[in-house]
Structure formats: structure tokens, C-alpha cells
Design a protein around this ligand. Structure first.
Ligand code: SF4
Ligand code: SF4
Length: 434
């Protein structure tokens, strides 16, 4: 695609990077077929190619974002299915990230949107505040019918997953390997996941310990949630201290930085790009990105611990967008589940997002609900007794309305190798036997 940026514009490194991305697009439109918003809405401006044109026009003309551009940029899930499909290697992720920052800087949203976005940005990345918000949500639930739809969506999502305010097993710092130590890894303890379902980190730690790894739990939010809201300053403020902590652990000797929420993993693997223009942090951020592994990647490298329990329900594996499109990890989780003795069933239209996408299901509840219904119908057709996935956002999104438990892949692998059954699965089997 031809571009018309001036030399002065290209002096801005973000504009220069976007210009390189735009030049790769050859307008072929292959990406439209796999874009969830185009599939649902059928509007070219809600396709990757349409958004690329809108972003190009906005950036080339150095224009503030208009309400129309914001509408179509906001509807993008950042699912990155378009990147998997694109034959020209267009790095849509970095382009839409730049567009979101431009929108945030140049467009004044209506008051209710500003309040909601600020609330999300100042609550979700902070476990203490989020725990308090979850408790408040429980009090507000009886009045849900009279609340705005975005608030209702929030209440719905937390109702199905919140495990109360108990501190999780990851509040301690080092979890020693079982048997002879073969590796030392850091686990990103995270924010939202640890409040909604602390069992996931506990299962991950047991699994890695059993695989012979010392696990250092490192607290902190990766910044992905606010990054997707276009709040560049906030995402850098959250990520920078985490990078320093992780880099400190790297210097003490680490085989991997393990992330068990694939949205956060995609973000951490992109720190090198995110901080490329930060002289103080660029090298550390790149080193952290290079060592970051999804928990399933780390287990594939370490080797799955011996399987002590076979059987259990057939598993429908839901490949989160951040896993399959963001990190290009599709085969590894399925293989581990099969190695652990599970029958793995495929979900039709597996490339399509479930509608979770960070805070998308709160900010765009109608589209998110349509994508969830479509995904749940595909899941039901598998006849599986449980769904495994690697991202807490998908777990929360699909748990609303699912008739089978939705659990983390690490929980099933932990169960098969000596851990307790995931409590969602246990509750379902207790109910069935009553
Ligand atoms: S990221 Fe997903 S929703 Fe956004 S344009 Fe690409 S395919 Fe469509
Ligand atoms: S598939 Fe790639 S090159 Fe083709 S229109 Fe989409 S982004 Fe552009």
C-alpha cells in the first residue's frame, strides 16, 4: 500500500513503525473472512482491511480521531485472527495498538465511557481493589436489572468465577521443585486471574514443581488490560516495575518466565517492542520477552510429569486468540492434554474469538454476547464434558451460559499428574451424581 507520510511525521518512531506496517498491506482482503466482527456485522469498516484504511487516513492526515473511526477501532477485539490469515505479514497488532493510543490522546469520549474506562483501568490491574470490587458487585447483583448494560456485563462475568477474597497460594515467594531440581522458573502471579480463580496459579505451581522446577512467584500486572484501552502511560507504568523484577530474577538465573494467562503472555512477549524506544529499559524488556513462555510451552520443554491418573471426561480444547494468534501456540496444549490421557475434541470455527478480549466483553457487551453464544453452540456440538483453555478471560466469558465446566489446561494436567480435580469439574460431577 502506498503511503503519504511527510519526513517530519516519520521522525516520530511510532508513526515510522506504523508506516512500515501499512506498506505491507496489499488490500487482498483475505483477512476479512476470519475477522469475527466482519463475520458478524458484514461491514467492511469492521474488517481488518477497513480498519487499516481508517487508521491510515487518520495517521497520514495527522487528524484527531473522529467518532466514526473510534466506533470501528473500538469494535476490534485485538484477537489477531487477521495476522494469522494475512499472507503479507501485516503486523496488525502494533498498528491497532498505535491507533488506540492515538484515539486516547485525541478523542474525548462521552462522560459515561470515560468513567467506565477509568474504573476498569484503576481497578482490574490491582488485586486488592479488584477483590473489593468483586465483593461490591455481589451486593449490587440484586439490582442488576436497572443498571447500565456494561455494568450488568461486569456483574455477570464476576458472578461465575469469583472465589472470594482469600489470599492465594502464590502470596509466598519460592515453591521448591519435587525430587531433583532441573530448572528454576519465574511465574507471573498476575492480577485478575489470581482474584477470580487462584486455583489456576496453585495448579500451575504444583505442576511445575512436579516437573522438577523451582518456581519463583513474581507479583505484578503485565499492563495488558490498560494497554488494550490505549492508555500507554498506564501500561508502561505497570509493566516497567514488573520488567525490573523479572529481570532481577533473570540475573539470579532463570530457565523461563512462565505465564499462565495467554493474554498476559502475548503482552510480555511483546515487551521488547513496547519499550524499544526506552533507553533505560529496552535491553531488559527484550531479555524478559525472550525468556517468556506460556505454561504449556514450559512444560513441553521440561517434560510432563508422570501421569498417575487416566480417564476423565472428553475435553473440548478452546484455543484462546492470544494463544493461537498472539503466540502461535496451537498444537502444544492439545498434545500435552493427550499425553495426559485426555480425549481432546476440536471445536468448530476454532479461529473465532469467544468475545472475551480483555475488557471487550464489558465495553462491547452485545458483540461479545453474540460471539459467546456462537462459541458455546460449537462447544455443545462436541459433546465434551469439560472445556480446557489457557486464558482466564475466556474462562470467565464462556462460564456465563456454559453447560459444562470451563477450566484451565494446567488444572487438567495437574489433576492427571497427581493434583486435585479442578473444583469446577468436581462441582459438576457432584451435581450430576445427586
Ligand atoms: S484483531 Fe480480530 S477483530 Fe480486530 S480486525 Fe483483526 S480479526 Fe478483526
Ligand atoms: S490479508 Fe493482509 S495484506 Fe490482505 S488486506 Fe488483510 S492485512 Fe492487507
Amino acid at each position: 500500500m502506498q503511503t503519504r507520510f511527510s519526513t517530519a511525521q516519520l521522525a516520530n518512531p511510532d508513526v515510522a513503525a506504523s508506516e512500515q506496517i501499512l506498506r505491507k498491506c496489499v488490500h487482498c482482503g483475505f483477512c476479512t473472512a476470519t475477522c469475527p466482527t466482519y463475520v458478524l456485522l458484514g461491514d467492511e469498516l469492521d474488517s481488518p482491511r477497513g480498519r487499516i484504511y481508517l487508521i491510515k487516513e487518520m495517521l497520514e492526515n495527522d487528524r484527531p480521531a473522529t467518532a466514526d473511526v473510534v466506533k470501528h477501532v473500538d469494535r476490534c477485539l485485538s484477537c489477531l485472527a487477521c495476522m494469522t490469515t494475512c499472507p503479507s505479514g501485516v503486523h496488525y497488532q502494533h498498528l491497532i495498538d498505535h491507533a488506540r493510543v492515538h484515539v486516547e490522546r485525541t478523542y474525548r469520549r462521552p462522560l459515561h465511557e470515560r468513567v467506565l474506562r477509568a474504573l476498569l483501568a484503576h481497578t482490574l490491574p490491582f488485586p486488592g481493589r479488584f477483590r473489593a470490587a468483586v465483593a461490591l458487585a455481589a451486593l449490587a447483583r440484586p439490582f442488576a436489572a436497572v443498571l447500565p448494560r456494561q455494568v450488568r456485563a461486569m456483574l455477570e462475568l464476576t458472578a461465575h468465577r469469583a472465589r472470594g477474597g482469600a489470599a492465594s497460594a502464590t502470596d509466598a515467594h519460592v515453591f521448591p521443585a519435587q525430587g531433583s531440581r532441573r530448572a528454576r522458573v519465574a511465574l507471573l502471579a498476575g492480577c485478575v486471574q489470581n482474584v477470580l480463580d487462584p486455583e489456576i496459579n496453585a495448579a500451575t505451581i504444583r505442576l511445575l514443581n512436579r516437573a522438577g522446577a523451582d518456581v519463583v512467584s513474581v507479583p505484578g500486572c503485565c499492563g495488558a488490560i490498560v494497554h488494550h484501552l490505549g492508555r500507554e502511560h498506564d501500561s508502561h507504568s505497570l509493566a516497567a516495575p514488573l520488567i525490573e523484577r523479572l529481570h532481577g530474577e533473570l540475573e539470579r538465573g532463570l530457565d523461563a518466565i512462565v505465564v499462565n494467562a495467554s493474554g498476559c503472555g502475548t503482552q510480555a512477549k511483546d515487551y521488547g517492542y513496547m519499550f524499544r524506544n526506552d533507553a533505560a529499559l529496552a535491553a531488559k524488556a527484550a531479555a524478559v520477552s525472550a525468556k517468556t513462555r506460556d505454561v504449556t510451552e514450559a512444560l513441553a520443554e521440561l517434560g510432563l510429569p508422570p501421569v498417575s491418573r487416566r480417564g476423565g471426561p472428553a475435553v473440548a480444547y478452546h484455543s484462546a486468540c492470544s494463544m493461537q494468534h498472539g503466540q502461535k501456540l496451537d498444537a502444544v496444549p492439545r498434545r500435552l492434554l493427550r499425553d495426559a490421557g485426555f480425549e481432546v475434541r476440536e471445536i468448530a470455527e476454532g479461529h473465532l474469538c469467544c468475545g472475551s478480549a480483555g475488557t471487550y466483553n464489558v465495553l462491547q457487551p452485545e458483540i461479545a454476547a453474540r460471539l459467546r453464544e456462537r462459541k458455546l453452540a460449537s462447544i455443545a456440538r462436541t459433546g465434551a464434558g469439560v472445556v480446557a483453555t489457557g486464558n482466564i478471560g475466556c474462562i470467565s466469558q464462556l462460564s456465563v451460559g456454559a453447560n459444562v465446566p470451563i477450566v484451565h489446561t494446567a488444572q487438567l494436567l495437574d489433576w492427571a499428574t497427581g493434583g486435585p480435580p479442578p473444583s469446577g469439574l468436581k462441582r459438576a460431577s457432584d451435581t450430576a451424581s445427586q
